[in-house]
Write a protein that binds this ligand. Structure first.
Ligand code: SF4
Length: 483
């Protein structure tokens, strides 16, 4: 089974390629619009939805302000329940810890619960260096693993694949003849189930992430739809959980809020079909060895940011992806990270450091739809604007000369024009005269030079002969008077 994925292109190269893929856009449009509608239906039936959002935000903010205290409490309670806690400063440390733990068991194969955090640190590749095969057991994760691709959606990693493509992957991965498998969803799921059942029964080690960790009991929680995660957390002898430090919550009581917010925002269900909890180890029940790896990998640095800190409230529901007009058109791979869409645009650059992925915060229209749906009320547009501000300031510091790029020059010109009404109206008159050669059949076609970006893929209406202000003045009104 292939373990590694292809290296991503930068967003400005990847996005046009994705836009040119009609099949991808159809798949994305179909799935995101279906989930959007279902989510809107199940959240609108909750009269206290906004109160729940506020509670989720408050609990997360409180936890982040006292993160050290709750992490130490979690460590003490996991240890008291028979588990072992490891601290990893970065991806490399986390991978080394997991490699040593798996190596000590002698296992050559591990089964995995769907986990963005282990994707973030490229754990499968690290295990492959030791000859250890990691089998993804979430159906969609298995599909992207067989295709040697990264996930393209937090919740639906294979959103970009249709059933014909999945059948072809399964035929070759499971050594099936063409007449043994049709592209029927039930048959495809059954083929994956047969393959995975053998892996579950043979596995000595399982690796998971965690949706939540409860500090006051030392309990880990994973929610999922297929039950494959439950097989991983219950059957093998050894369970290793890799968790970002921001996933801790103070009390069991707090789960009540998040277990209402998460399923309705992610799969648009009233509750998750499978919610698994485990607290340390217990004789004769589940794994006999449990390790918890607490991962920092840039999270402490985000915690120190005034505006960006709110990013750590994220519960990875993916609601923001499904409403984002940019994500819906380019899909997840264009973001070059396991975290795509609006959350990826703010999380990835912060996790990777100030000089990385500077263009991702620009992959947004700032329409605000992501903020409206976020179950923990992360004001993503404000964080995007703050990150853009920091990028511009860093560029100015590096090169204090004015107009350092064509975009910079264009924005300075626009700023000067919009600064006074006289300039704005003069610019309008000039544009009205200058557009004449480009008007065909009542629309603007093929604008020259850099303006062609506006006309290549859409028909623009020409600037009308009479502006609203002209029309208002002609009716004898003072144009400073309110219409
Ligand atoms: S930012 Fe909000 S909406 Fe987006 S994945 Fe995180 S919790 Fe969900």
């Amino acid at each position: 089974m292939s373990q590694s994925v292809r290296l991503p292109l930068p967003f400005h190269d990847a996005a046009p390629k994705a836009l040119a893929n009609g099949q991808l856009r159809r798949n994305l449009g179909h799935v995101t619009s279906a989930i959007r509608a279902k989510r809107a239906a199940v959240t609108s039936e909750m009269p206290d939805w906004e109160a729940l959002r506020a509670a989720g935000k408050t609990i997360k903010d409180h936890t982040l302000r006292n993160l050290g205290t709750y992490l130490e409490q979690l460590e003490a309670n996991v240890t008291a329940a028979g588990g072992t806690v490891h601290w990893a400063r970065d991806a490399s440390e986390a991978n080394t810890i997991v490699r040593q733990l798996v190596g000590a068991t002698g296992a050559r194969e591990v089964v995995k619960v769907k986990s963005m955090t282990t994707d973030e640190i490229h754990l499968n590749d690290a295990l492959a260096e030791d000859g250890i095969v990691a089998i993804e057991t979430d159906l969609a994760e298995l599909i992207v693993q067989l295709a040697s691709e990264p996930p393209s959606h937090i919740l639906v990693p294979a959103i970009h694949k249709n059933r014909v493509e999945i059948r072809s992957l399964f035929l070759s991965a499971f050594n099936l003849e063409p007449d043994e498998l049709r592209d029927d969803p039930a048959e495809l799921a059954a083929a994956a189930r047969r393959f995975l059942r053998e892996r579950f029964l043979d596995a000595k080690v399982a690796i998971s992430g965690a949706n939540f960790a409860v500090a006051d009991t030392g309990t880990l929680c994973v929610v999922e739809s297929e039950g494959n995660g439950r097989m991983c957390t219950a059957l093998p002898d050894t369970l290793i959980t890799v968790m970002g430090i921001e996933k801790v919550i103070p009390t069991w009581h707090d789960l009540e809020v998040f277990l209402q917010l998460l399923p309705r925002s992610s799969t648009a269900e009233r509750m998750n079909p499978y919610t698994s909890f485990w607290t340390g180890v217990r004789d004769g029940d589940g794994p006999s060895t449990f390790h918890l790896v607490l991962l920092d990998a840039g999270r402490s640095a985000i915690l120190a940011e005034d505006v960006g800190r709110a990013t750590l409230r994220c519960i990875r529901c993916s609601a923001c992806l499904n409403v984002c007009p940019v994500y819906e058109r380019v899909g997840g791979h264009a973001y070059g990270s396991v975290y795509p869409g609006p959350i990826g645009a703010i999380l990835t650059p912060q996790l990777r450091g100030a000089n990385q992925d500077r263009e991702l915060p620009y992959a947004s229209t700032l329409c605000g739809a992501c903020y409206d749906v976020c179950p923990v009320a992360i004001d993503i547009p404000s964080i995007l604007v703050d990150m853009r501000r920091r990028t511009v300031n860093a560029q100015r510091k590096a090169s204090p000369l004015p107009a350092t790029s064509a975009v910079d020059a264009a924005l300075r010109t626009a700023s000067a024009i919009f600064a006074t009404r006289g300039r704005y109206e003069a610019a309008q008159r000039l544009a009205r005269m200058g557009q004449a050669p480009f008007v065909q059949g009542g629309v603007l076609k093929r604008l020259p030079g850099p303006l062609s970006g506006w006309s290549d893929a859409r028909d623009l209406r020409p600037i009308p002969r009479q502006s609203f202000r002209d029309w208002w003045r002609r009716r004898g009104h003072n144009d400073r008077e309110e219409p």
